[in-house]
Design a protein around this ligand. Structure first.
Ligand SMILES: Nc1ncnc2c1ncn2[C@@H]1O[C@H](COP(=O)(O)OP(=O)(O)O)[C@@H](O)[C@H]1O
Ligand SMILES: O=C(O)C1=C[C@@H](OP(=O)(O)O)[C@@H](O)[C@H](O)C1
Ligand SMILES: [Mg+2]
Length: 178
């Protein structure tokens, strides 16, 4: 298999994808790699004058937001060069699974944390607001289980439960891909 040049980081909201990306950015001396967060790409392109992604979702609705995710993801994948893209927790199948099957140059990694840990993290003072949280704990748990059906098909899985050393996890990932 050709060596992957682009990696997508999938996982439920609160699993730690954005933080993992920041760790990589911090430790990677190689400027030929690009590290990006899909939510931030959307905020930049669709949220002129807005501060948070939540405001884009509130303004345009979920269907439009899912369309933006797809468009930004496809755009990012078309760009030349090496990179890691942290997805949003709902950037899902069939897109992800199709990508995995059809593109040998795209690696997908699943960052996993138990539901209770994700839920707890989404309520941290410093955490950015996620509109999904307004749906309540039991509905979010249902969505978590539903998405596991897609996430569980991704063979490369990194565990990031409560207490995990995120810096160490990012270091191991970086050594494997760079
Ligand atoms: N291993 C960890 N230890 C401590 N806090 C963590 C860990 N992983 C994630 N967090 C915290 O959880 C919150 C949500 O993480 P984030 O990276 O935004 O997740 P995601 O992008 O997957 O939704 C952040 O405040 C982050 O600092
Ligand atoms: O799970 C979801 O549907 C979402 C997760 C968020 O990203 P994180 O996974 O980084 O929280 C963001 O894309 C949006 O609020 C929708
Ligand atoms: Mg994120």
């Amino acid at each position: 298999m050709a060596k992957c040049e682009k990696f997508l980081m999938a996982g439920f909201s609160g699993a730690g994808k954005t933080s993992f990306l920041r760790e990589l950015e911090f430790m990677a001396p190689d400027l030929s790699w690009e590290f990006a967060d899909l939510d931030q790409l959307i905020l930049k392109s669709r949220g002129k004058g807005l501060k948070e992604l939540a405001q884009v979702i509130e303004r345009d609705g979920w269907d439009k937001f899912r369309l933006y995710e797809r468009q930004e993801l496809e755009g990012w994948l078309k760009e030349e060069g090496k990179g890691v893209l942290a997805l949003g927790g709902g950037t899902l199948s069939p897109l992800l699974y199709d990508l995995y099957k059809t593109s040998r140059k795209v690696g997908i990694v699943y960052l996993h944390a138990p539901f209770e840990d994700c839920w707890e993290r989404l309520h941290l003072e410093k955490a950015e607001p996620r509109p999904l949280v307004k749906r309540g704990k039991s509905e979010l748990h249902r969505i978590y289980e539903e998405r596991q059906q897609v996430f569980s098909q991704i063979p490369w899985r990194i565990e990031n439960p409560k207490g995990a050393d995120l810096t160490g996890l990012a270091k191991a990932f970086w050594e494997r891909v760079s």
